[in-house]
Write a protein that binds this ligand. Structure first.
Ligand SMILES: Nc1ncnc2c1ncn2[C@@H]1O[C@H](COP(=O)(O)OP(=O)(O)OP(=O)(O)O)[C@@H](O)[C@H]1O
Ligand SMILES: [Mg+2]
Length: 305
């Protein structure tokens, strides 16, 4: 099998619980012993691995997804979605742990708190993956912990030698706790938000005033930093490109915004678009996702090739 891109990340069932509870001082308060009515309840399939795989496949790229699900009804739902979306599942099924599950508590003001159960997601071993039976031009890594992260590192080293390119979207947990310096060195595109960029600079004792330049020195070729409705800026070691998200957009649910921007951007890179056009596609994907609930429903369908 020959893929344009293989994503490697989490697969979870997202349950969106929308209540009328308002935020107060950065907290969503639920009274002890209270019973709170849910105004709106929606389920969707999420997780960085599946979100980005669906985004790439809808853009016409030959896409594989490495993720791990439980041997349960939720796992079956995840696999059937991947199939329906033309994504080839090349991950594994856990006989013991359940599929990942997140509860997204949406407040009245549109903010949210996520409770997440990682389940099968953390246990992906290299030997389960039948590496060698497929090839890919690109790998896209979103954050996974424990054994799965170790496997990501081993696989990146192996495939890098064969010329596979790597896009990487680490989380704050990886940045603060794991050794990912080797991944940075072979990373073609690093995608982080502003806070994560600052954490990387601090972790490697680099200057924080220009995180693009600092992270470039750590080895990443191209660095894209997003910052909510402030400009998303990308640096290729020579030039900077920037795009301004629309202000006052009606944000319905922001889960998946980062995944959507990153996958639009990377898809553009895969087909060789100039950076400015990749930014425009990333922005279009993210704005489409945040103006509806669920991280995938509104991912764009168009062919880049
Ligand atoms: N309030 C907003 N208004 C307009 N666009 C937004 C807003 N929030 C996010 N976006 C869009 O989504 C992109 C990614 O958002 P952000 O910088 O918050 O990423 P993130 O923190 O990685 O998100 P995630 O929590 O999904 O990982 C932004 O660059 C922008 O295009
Ligand atoms: Mg993010």
């Amino acid at each position: 099998m020959d893929f344009d891109i293989v994503t490697f990340g989490s697969a979870v069932i997202d349950t969106f619980v929308h209540t009328d509870v308002a935020e107060r001082k950065n907290f969503i308060y639920y009274p002890v012993g209270g019973k709170i009515l849910i105004q709106d309840l929606t389920f969707s399939i999420g997780g960085g691995g599946t979100n980005t795989a669906v985004a790439f496949a809808r853009l016409g790229l030959k896409t594989g997804c490495i993720c791990k699900v439980g041997d349960d009804a939720n796992g079956k739902m995840i696999l059937s979605l991947l199939k329906d979306e033309n994504v080839r599942f090349i991950g594994s099924i856990d006989k013991e742990k359940m599929s990942g599950y997140s509860v997204i508590l949406d407040s009245k003001g549109g903010e949210r708190t996520i409770l997440t159960y990682k389940g099968a997601n953390n246990d992906i071993a290299l030997k389960e993956l039948k590496a060698g039976t497929w090839k890919t031009k690109w790998l896209y890594y979103s954050a996974l912990l424990e054994e799965s992260f170790e496997t990501q590192k081993k696989m990146a080293t192996l495939l890098h030698k064969q010329g596979t390119k790597l896009a990487f979207n680490p989380s704050s947990y990886i940045i603060n706790k794991e050794d990912f310096s080797g991944l940075l060195k072979i990373c073609d595109v690093l995608i982080v938000n502003k806070e994560e960029a600052a954490m990387i600079c601090k972790r490697f004792k680099k200057k924080t005033n220009d995180p693009w330049a600092s992270i470039h020195e750590l080895g990443a070729n191209e660095i894209l930093i997003t910052d909510k409705d402030n400009p998303a800026v990308c640096f290729d070691g020579v030039q900077r490109y920037s795009i301004q998200p629309h202000k006052n957009l009606k944000v319905v649910e922001r889960t998946g915004a980062g995944d959507a921007f990153a996958s639009g951007f990377v898809a553009g890179r895969i087909v060789g678009w100039p950076l400015a056009e990749c930014l425009a596609l990333g922005l279009k994907e993210s704005e489409s996702v945040i103006t509806s609930r669920g991280a995938k429903n509104k991912l764009l369908r168009m062919s880049l090739t």
